[in-house]
Design a protein around this ligand. Structure first.
Ligand SMILES: Nc1ncnc2c1ncn2[C@@H]1O[C@H](COP(=O)(O)OP(=O)(O)O)[C@@H](O)[C@H]1O
Ligand SMILES: [Mg+2]
Length: 335
Protein backbone atom coordinates (compact mmCIF):
# COMPACT_ATOMS: atom_id res chain seq x y z
CA UNK A 1 0.00 0.00 0.00
CA UNK A 2 1.42 3.35 -0.92
CA UNK A 3 -0.18 5.35 1.88
CA UNK A 4 1.08 5.42 5.42
CA UNK A 5 -0.53 6.69 8.60
CA UNK A 6 0.91 10.18 8.26
CA UNK A 7 -0.46 10.50 4.74
CA UNK A 8 -3.91 9.40 5.84
CA UNK A 9 -3.84 11.81 8.74
CA UNK A 10 -2.95 14.65 6.45
CA UNK A 11 -5.61 13.70 3.93
CA UNK A 12 -8.48 13.72 6.41
CA UNK A 13 -7.24 16.66 8.50
CA UNK A 14 -9.48 19.12 6.67
CA UNK A 15 -12.69 17.18 7.35
CA UNK A 16 -15.02 19.34 9.43
CA UNK A 17 -16.93 18.50 12.60
CA UNK A 18 -20.41 20.08 12.43
CA UNK A 19 -20.78 19.72 16.19
CA UNK A 20 -17.69 21.86 16.78
CA UNK A 21 -18.53 24.88 14.66
CA UNK A 22 -17.25 23.25 11.48
CA UNK A 23 -13.67 23.28 12.68
CA UNK A 24 -11.27 20.86 11.03
CA UNK A 25 -10.32 17.54 12.61
CA UNK A 26 -6.63 18.37 12.20
CA UNK A 27 -6.91 21.68 14.01
CA UNK A 28 -9.00 20.07 16.73
CA UNK A 29 -6.47 17.28 17.19
CA UNK A 30 -9.48 15.01 16.88
CA UNK A 31 -7.87 12.14 14.97
CA UNK A 32 -7.06 9.91 17.91
CA UNK A 33 -6.00 6.74 16.15
CA UNK A 34 -5.28 5.47 12.65
CA UNK A 35 -4.68 1.84 11.83
CA UNK A 36 -4.02 0.22 8.46
CA UNK A 37 -4.78 -3.39 7.64
CA UNK A 38 -2.47 -3.93 4.68
CA UNK A 39 -3.97 -7.27 3.66
CA UNK A 40 -7.57 -6.17 3.75
CA UNK A 41 -6.65 -2.70 2.50
CA UNK A 42 -8.77 -1.28 5.25
CA UNK A 43 -8.33 1.74 7.50
CA UNK A 44 -9.55 1.93 11.09
CA UNK A 45 -10.03 5.32 12.71
CA UNK A 46 -10.88 6.74 16.09
CA UNK A 47 -12.26 10.27 15.85
CA UNK A 48 -13.18 12.61 18.69
CA UNK A 49 -16.38 14.57 18.07
CA UNK A 50 -18.21 17.34 19.88
CA UNK A 51 -21.38 15.25 19.95
CA UNK A 52 -21.45 11.52 19.35
CA UNK A 53 -24.75 11.59 17.55
CA UNK A 54 -25.85 10.16 14.25
CA UNK A 55 -26.52 13.50 12.56
CA UNK A 56 -22.95 14.52 13.33
CA UNK A 57 -21.07 11.28 12.75
CA UNK A 58 -22.82 10.42 9.49
CA UNK A 59 -21.69 13.73 7.99
CA UNK A 60 -18.10 13.10 9.05
CA UNK A 61 -18.17 9.47 7.94
CA UNK A 62 -19.32 10.52 4.48
CA UNK A 63 -16.52 13.08 4.12
CA UNK A 64 -13.87 10.67 5.33
CA UNK A 65 -15.15 7.83 3.12
CA UNK A 66 -14.80 10.04 0.09
CA UNK A 67 -11.15 10.58 0.92
CA UNK A 68 -10.15 7.14 2.19
CA UNK A 69 -11.96 5.12 -0.44
CA UNK A 70 -12.41 7.64 -3.24
CA UNK A 71 -9.10 9.53 -3.22
CA UNK A 72 -6.74 7.08 -1.53
CA UNK A 73 -8.28 3.90 -2.92
CA UNK A 74 -8.69 1.80 0.23
CA UNK A 75 -11.30 -0.96 0.03
CA UNK A 76 -12.83 -0.42 3.43
CA UNK A 77 -12.81 1.63 6.58
CA UNK A 78 -14.10 1.36 10.13
CA UNK A 79 -14.61 4.49 12.21
CA UNK A 80 -15.21 4.64 15.93
CA UNK A 81 -16.34 7.90 17.41
CA UNK A 82 -15.61 9.17 20.87
CA UNK A 83 -17.17 12.18 22.46
CA UNK A 84 -15.01 15.03 23.64
CA UNK A 85 -15.36 16.23 27.20
CA UNK A 86 -17.05 19.64 27.23
CA UNK A 87 -14.35 22.28 27.63
CA UNK A 88 -16.08 23.70 30.70
CA UNK A 89 -15.11 20.52 32.55
CA UNK A 90 -11.58 19.51 33.40
CA UNK A 91 -10.33 16.42 31.58
CA UNK A 92 -9.89 14.53 34.80
CA UNK A 93 -13.07 15.31 36.75
CA UNK A 94 -14.89 12.13 37.74
CA UNK A 95 -18.61 12.40 37.09
CA UNK A 96 -20.95 10.43 39.32
CA UNK A 97 -24.71 10.35 38.86
CA UNK A 98 -26.88 9.66 41.90
CA UNK A 99 -30.02 7.81 40.85
CA UNK A 100 -32.90 6.01 42.53
CA UNK A 101 -35.87 3.94 41.52
CA UNK A 102 -38.34 6.09 43.38
CA UNK A 103 -38.51 9.51 44.99
CA UNK A 104 -38.10 10.24 48.66
CA UNK A 105 -35.42 7.64 49.31
CA UNK A 106 -32.93 10.37 50.21
CA UNK A 107 -31.11 10.77 46.93
CA UNK A 108 -30.58 14.50 47.36
CA UNK A 109 -29.58 14.18 51.02
CA UNK A 110 -27.06 11.51 50.09
CA UNK A 111 -25.71 13.60 47.21
CA UNK A 112 -25.19 16.62 49.44
CA UNK A 113 -23.59 14.68 52.30
CA UNK A 114 -21.41 12.75 49.89
CA UNK A 115 -20.22 16.05 48.45
CA UNK A 116 -19.24 17.29 51.92
CA UNK A 117 -17.55 14.02 52.80
CA UNK A 118 -15.50 14.11 49.59
CA UNK A 119 -14.57 17.69 50.36
CA UNK A 120 -13.45 16.68 53.86
CA UNK A 121 -11.24 14.07 52.23
CA UNK A 122 -9.51 16.90 50.38
CA UNK A 123 -11.38 16.67 47.08
CA UNK A 124 -12.80 19.55 45.09
CA UNK A 125 -16.45 18.88 44.40
CA UNK A 126 -19.20 20.23 42.16
CA UNK A 127 -22.90 19.35 42.14
CA UNK A 128 -25.41 19.54 39.33
CA UNK A 129 -28.96 19.37 40.60
CA UNK A 130 -30.76 17.91 37.59
CA UNK A 131 -33.87 16.74 39.42
CA UNK A 132 -36.29 18.68 37.28
CA UNK A 133 -39.30 17.45 39.24
CA UNK A 134 -38.06 18.17 42.71
CA UNK A 135 -34.87 20.21 42.59
CA UNK A 136 -34.04 20.93 46.21
CA UNK A 137 -30.26 21.18 46.30
CA UNK A 138 -30.37 24.98 46.83
CA UNK A 139 -32.66 24.39 49.80
CA UNK A 140 -30.56 21.56 51.26
CA UNK A 141 -27.35 23.55 50.92
CA UNK A 142 -28.89 26.74 52.26
CA UNK A 143 -28.45 28.55 48.96
CA UNK A 144 -32.05 29.11 47.99
CA UNK A 145 -31.57 32.87 47.90
CA UNK A 146 -28.58 32.62 45.60
CA UNK A 147 -28.73 33.42 41.91
CA UNK A 148 -26.74 32.16 39.01
CA UNK A 149 -24.63 35.06 37.75
CA UNK A 150 -23.05 35.25 34.33
CA UNK A 151 -19.83 36.86 33.18
CA UNK A 152 -19.48 39.12 30.13
CA UNK A 153 -19.43 36.05 27.87
CA UNK A 154 -22.65 34.75 29.40
CA UNK A 155 -20.85 31.96 31.16
CA UNK A 156 -22.40 31.03 34.46
CA UNK A 157 -20.67 31.08 37.82
CA UNK A 158 -21.74 28.11 39.94
CA UNK A 159 -23.03 28.96 43.40
CA UNK A 160 -20.34 28.39 46.06
CA UNK A 161 -21.22 26.70 49.34
CA UNK A 162 -18.27 26.03 51.64
CA UNK A 163 -16.05 25.51 48.63
CA UNK A 164 -18.53 23.21 46.91
CA UNK A 165 -19.72 24.44 43.51
CA UNK A 166 -23.38 23.93 42.66
CA UNK A 167 -25.88 24.66 39.91
CA UNK A 168 -29.53 23.69 39.95
CA UNK A 169 -32.46 23.61 37.57
CA UNK A 170 -34.25 25.32 40.45
CA UNK A 171 -32.52 28.57 39.55
CA UNK A 172 -34.28 28.54 36.20
CA UNK A 173 -37.72 28.41 37.76
CA UNK A 174 -39.52 31.50 38.97
CA UNK A 175 -40.19 31.55 42.66
CA UNK A 176 -43.27 29.60 43.73
CA UNK A 177 -43.91 28.57 40.17
CA UNK A 178 -44.13 24.94 39.20
CA UNK A 179 -42.55 24.43 35.85
CA UNK A 180 -43.38 21.86 33.24
CA UNK A 181 -40.03 20.94 31.83
CA UNK A 182 -40.12 20.14 28.19
CA UNK A 183 -37.38 18.25 26.38
CA UNK A 184 -35.75 21.15 24.51
CA UNK A 185 -35.78 23.32 27.61
CA UNK A 186 -34.06 20.70 29.71
CA UNK A 187 -31.47 20.21 27.02
CA UNK A 188 -30.76 23.93 26.92
CA UNK A 189 -30.23 24.03 30.67
CA UNK A 190 -28.05 20.91 30.61
CA UNK A 191 -26.03 22.51 27.86
CA UNK A 192 -25.48 25.53 30.10
CA UNK A 193 -24.43 23.29 33.01
CA UNK A 194 -22.04 21.16 30.99
CA UNK A 195 -20.61 23.56 28.44
CA UNK A 196 -21.22 27.07 29.64
CA UNK A 197 -20.55 27.03 33.37
CA UNK A 198 -17.34 28.28 34.91
CA UNK A 199 -16.52 25.14 36.88
CA UNK A 200 -13.21 25.10 38.64
CA UNK A 201 -10.68 23.30 36.47
CA UNK A 202 -9.49 21.65 39.69
CA UNK A 203 -12.74 19.75 40.26
CA UNK A 204 -12.09 16.16 41.29
CA UNK A 205 -15.72 15.04 41.42
CA UNK A 206 -18.91 16.27 39.83
CA UNK A 207 -22.02 14.76 41.41
CA UNK A 208 -25.31 14.83 39.54
CA UNK A 209 -28.59 14.53 41.41
CA UNK A 210 -31.03 12.95 38.98
CA UNK A 211 -34.82 12.78 39.03
CA UNK A 212 -36.17 9.46 40.35
CA UNK A 213 -36.33 6.61 37.86
CA UNK A 214 -34.09 6.29 34.85
CA UNK A 215 -35.47 8.21 32.04
CA UNK A 216 -34.85 10.84 29.49
CA UNK A 217 -32.72 13.00 31.72
CA UNK A 218 -30.03 10.34 31.95
CA UNK A 219 -30.02 9.93 28.18
CA UNK A 220 -29.76 13.68 27.75
CA UNK A 221 -26.90 13.90 30.25
CA UNK A 222 -25.05 11.08 28.53
CA UNK A 223 -25.02 13.16 25.38
CA UNK A 224 -22.74 15.56 27.19
CA UNK A 225 -20.76 13.19 29.40
CA UNK A 226 -20.92 9.61 28.14
CA UNK A 227 -18.36 8.49 30.71
CA UNK A 228 -20.62 9.22 33.68
CA UNK A 229 -20.73 6.52 36.35
CA UNK A 230 -23.69 5.91 38.61
CA UNK A 231 -24.56 5.07 42.21
CA UNK A 232 -28.03 3.81 43.06
CA UNK A 233 -29.76 4.86 46.29
CA UNK A 234 -32.41 2.69 47.87
CA UNK A 235 -34.04 2.15 51.26
CA UNK A 236 -34.04 -1.25 52.98
CA UNK A 237 -37.74 -1.68 52.27
CA UNK A 238 -38.54 -4.46 49.77
CA UNK A 239 -40.83 -2.09 47.82
CA UNK A 240 -38.07 0.41 47.32
CA UNK A 241 -35.44 -2.18 46.59
CA UNK A 242 -37.69 -3.90 44.07
CA UNK A 243 -37.99 -0.64 42.15
CA UNK A 244 -34.32 0.09 42.65
CA UNK A 245 -33.42 -3.18 40.95
CA UNK A 246 -35.57 -2.23 37.99
CA UNK A 247 -33.91 1.15 37.85
CA UNK A 248 -30.54 -0.52 38.13
CA UNK A 249 -31.23 -2.76 35.17
CA UNK A 250 -32.56 0.19 33.22
CA UNK A 251 -29.32 1.97 34.02
CA UNK A 252 -27.34 -0.98 32.78
CA UNK A 253 -29.32 -1.17 29.58
CA UNK A 254 -28.48 2.47 29.01
CA UNK A 255 -24.89 1.38 29.12
CA UNK A 256 -24.17 3.17 32.33
CA UNK A 257 -21.45 2.19 34.59
CA UNK A 258 -23.25 1.33 37.80
CA UNK A 259 -20.54 1.30 40.46
CA UNK A 260 -22.55 0.47 43.57
CA UNK A 261 -25.59 0.75 45.80
CA UNK A 262 -26.16 3.02 48.79
CA UNK A 263 -28.79 2.03 51.34
CA UNK A 264 -30.33 5.04 53.05
CA UNK A 265 -32.61 5.11 56.11
CA UNK A 266 -31.10 1.74 56.94
CA UNK A 267 -31.82 1.70 60.66
CA UNK A 268 -32.50 3.90 63.65
CA UNK A 269 -30.03 3.61 66.47
CA UNK A 270 -31.05 4.10 70.10
CA UNK A 271 -28.46 3.54 72.82
CA UNK A 272 -26.33 1.53 70.45
CA UNK A 273 -29.15 -0.76 69.41
CA UNK A 274 -30.18 -0.89 65.75
CA UNK A 275 -33.88 -0.78 64.96
CA UNK A 276 -34.75 -1.80 61.43
CA UNK A 277 -37.66 0.55 60.97
CA UNK A 278 -37.98 0.16 57.22
CA UNK A 279 -37.07 -3.51 57.06
CA UNK A 280 -33.69 -4.95 56.43
CA UNK A 281 -31.37 -6.00 53.66
CA UNK A 282 -32.87 -4.15 50.70
CA UNK A 283 -29.59 -2.54 49.75
CA UNK A 284 -27.68 -5.81 49.85
CA UNK A 285 -30.36 -7.54 47.77
CA UNK A 286 -30.16 -4.85 45.12
CA UNK A 287 -26.36 -4.91 45.14
CA UNK A 288 -26.28 -8.71 44.81
CA UNK A 289 -28.83 -8.70 41.99
CA UNK A 290 -26.92 -6.08 40.06
CA UNK A 291 -23.55 -7.61 40.96
CA UNK A 292 -22.10 -4.40 42.37
CA UNK A 293 -20.88 -3.58 45.88
CA UNK A 294 -23.07 -2.17 48.66
CA UNK A 295 -21.13 1.02 49.30
CA UNK A 296 -22.71 2.04 52.58
CA UNK A 297 -25.65 2.03 54.95
CA UNK A 298 -26.83 5.41 56.18
CA UNK A 299 -28.96 5.43 59.32
CA UNK A 300 -32.12 7.43 59.91
CA UNK A 301 -30.74 10.46 61.67
CA UNK A 302 -31.01 14.20 62.05
CA UNK A 303 -27.89 16.37 61.98
CA UNK A 304 -26.95 18.09 65.22
CA UNK A 305 -25.60 21.22 63.56
CA UNK A 306 -27.31 24.17 61.91
CA UNK A 307 -28.15 22.34 58.70
CA UNK A 308 -31.22 20.11 58.47
CA UNK A 309 -29.39 17.79 56.12
CA UNK A 310 -25.61 18.01 56.33
CA UNK A 311 -23.90 15.96 59.04
CA UNK A 312 -20.68 17.21 60.55
CA UNK A 313 -17.63 14.99 60.43
CA UNK A 314 -17.63 14.72 64.21
CA UNK A 315 -21.06 13.11 64.22
CA UNK A 316 -21.53 9.37 63.92
CA UNK A 317 -23.41 9.71 60.65
CA UNK A 318 -20.78 12.15 59.39
CA UNK A 319 -18.15 9.46 59.98
CA UNK A 320 -20.32 6.94 58.13
CA UNK A 321 -20.48 9.36 55.21
CA UNK A 322 -16.67 9.70 55.21
CA UNK A 323 -16.38 5.94 54.84
CA UNK A 324 -19.07 5.98 52.14
CA UNK A 325 -17.10 8.61 50.24
CA UNK A 326 -13.96 6.47 50.41
CA UNK A 327 -15.93 3.47 49.15
CA UNK A 328 -17.41 5.49 46.30
CA UNK A 329 -13.96 6.73 45.32
CA UNK A 330 -12.46 3.27 45.17
CA UNK A 331 -15.53 1.75 43.47
CA UNK A 332 -15.20 4.45 40.82
CA UNK A 333 -11.54 3.71 40.26
CA UNK A 334 -12.04 -0.05 40.20
CA UNK A 335 -14.96 -0.08 37.78
N1 LIG B 1 -31.04 9.09 56.51
C1 LIG B 1 -32.07 9.89 56.72
N2 LIG B 1 -32.57 10.07 57.98
C2 LIG B 1 -33.62 10.89 58.19
N3 LIG B 1 -34.24 11.58 57.24
C3 LIG B 1 -33.80 11.45 55.97
C4 LIG B 1 -32.69 10.61 55.65
N4 LIG B 1 -32.48 10.69 54.31
C5 LIG B 1 -33.39 11.53 53.82
N5 LIG B 1 -34.19 12.00 54.80
C6 LIG B 1 -35.33 12.92 54.65
O1 LIG B 1 -36.25 12.33 53.77
C7 LIG B 1 -36.82 13.29 52.89
C8 LIG B 1 -36.52 12.92 51.44
O2 LIG B 1 -35.14 13.00 51.22
P1 LIG B 1 -34.54 13.54 49.86
O3 LIG B 1 -33.07 13.54 50.01
O4 LIG B 1 -35.19 14.81 49.46
O5 LIG B 1 -35.00 12.36 48.90
P2 LIG B 1 -35.03 12.26 47.29
O6 LIG B 1 -34.03 13.20 46.76
O7 LIG B 1 -34.69 10.83 47.02
O8 LIG B 1 -36.42 12.59 46.87
C9 LIG B 1 -36.21 14.63 53.27
O9 LIG B 1 -37.08 15.28 54.16
C10 LIG B 1 -34.92 14.22 54.01
O10 LIG B 1 -34.52 15.17 54.95
MG1 LIG C 1 -34.28 14.84 45.50
Amino acid sequence: MKYDIAAIKEAIATVKDPSRTQRQLGDLDAIKHIGIDQEQETVTLLIEVGKNQKDVTSVITRQIAKIIKGDLGFKGMVIDYEQKRPEALSKTVKIIGVVSGKGGVGKSSVTANLAFALKRLGKKVGIIDADIYGANMPMILGAIKAELRADANEKIYPVMIDGIEMVSTEYFVEENRALMWRGPMLNKVLEIFFTNTLWSQELDYLLIDFPPGTGDVMMDVKNFVPDIKVVLVTTPHPNASHIAIKAGFAARSLNQDLIGVIENMSYYEIDGVRHDIFGRGGGQIVADKLVVPLLGEIPIAVPEGLSDTIFQETEKTGVIYLQLAKNVMSAYDQS
